[in-house]
Ligand binder design. Sequence first.
Ligand SMILES: Cc1ncc(COP(=O)(O)O)c(C=O)c1O
Length: 391
Amino acid sequence: MDRPATLARLSDAMPRPAALIDLDALDRNLDRLLDALHPDATLRLATKSVRHRGVLRRALSRGPRLKGLMCPHAGEAAWLAGHGFDDLLVAYPTVQPGPLDRLARAVADGGTLRIVVDCEAHLDALERAAAAAGAVIEALVDVDVSFRPGLGAHLGVRRSPIRSPEAAAALARAARARPHVRLVGLMGYEAHVAGLPDTARGARIFKRLARPAVRRLRGAVADALIAEGVPLTVVNAGGTGSLRWSSSDPTVTEGSAGSGLYCPALFDGYVGSALEPALYLALEVARQPDPGHVTCGGGGVVASGAPGPDRLPTPVWPPGLRLLPMEGAGEVQTPFALPRGATAPAVGASVLLRPAKAGEPLERFAVCHMVRGDEVVAVEPTYRGEGQMFL
Ligand SMILES: Cc1ncc(COP(=O)(O)O)c(C=O)c1O
């Protein structure tokens, strides 16, 4: 409990609500992710789960096994390229001319920026943007590796219509007809495995069944692409929740991880993970409605995804605080129940929360307070603080 106490004390002097990043914990988390990574694979940082340029820069400086960024948005990749980042992989397709034109111009300027595709409309949009910029854009086939045990069941996310080696081969042939688009690999992100904590009901059995199918399909698609003359320069897989397993697949050249840097509360449920919290939110105790409660200003940082109590932030300081079921993480104020017999934190003191997910809470904050040891060593802008937002 020492760390939250120290961070809460530091945050007493900050304008709150505040976001704090514990740089010591962040460094250790990076080391643990690299430990989990197979020695033959490199690690690509998922920017969606970071949303802070300074953190991305620090992380990439930790050695050659960290290689490149994965962006959810083509416009974000182009923006980062303008700030000197290279080897950017856009993991979500678009046909919008604006972001694709910026991406294509960054490629024409000599950057390595790639994007996933899964249909001819994506190829057409890329071909147009790349031809206009005088560039050749490299693309990856995005493969849906969800678990489909039969009878129409689909256990996984809805990413791509490419679900077979034949479909991937057909897309590779279609790409050959676009001279400004070149396929150079595949993405086979097993979100249904990576995003399922081991502590969830049935998770271990589900993972045991689902994993072999992921590996089989990734391998078969890779073979089909090679047969079509596609070089497998990049075969991307994984997330924080599956890094060790996915990067050990011999087909895979790189794993992705982002959430593991901050280790938000949803990542506590993975067996064997020694990650530690590195991102906190601090609220000011604004009033004490009665001896059993304190009420803070702000607090409504609820995570995306299927709604449920696991999307709420977790109070970590003072110990034992609980959100109220009637109000949850409120909008302009958030009440907390105190443990029986506890002394209420004073008006003006800080309550510390851990967000449920990484990255997206920083959309609410212009700056992060960067802590090393017992000191705030910098106050740095988030994407939002830089006037950027990529959703
Ligand atoms: C396609 C893809 N792969 C991997 C990741 C990494 O996930 P995580 O933040 O859980 O490490 C993400 C999430 O950002 C993603 O969108």
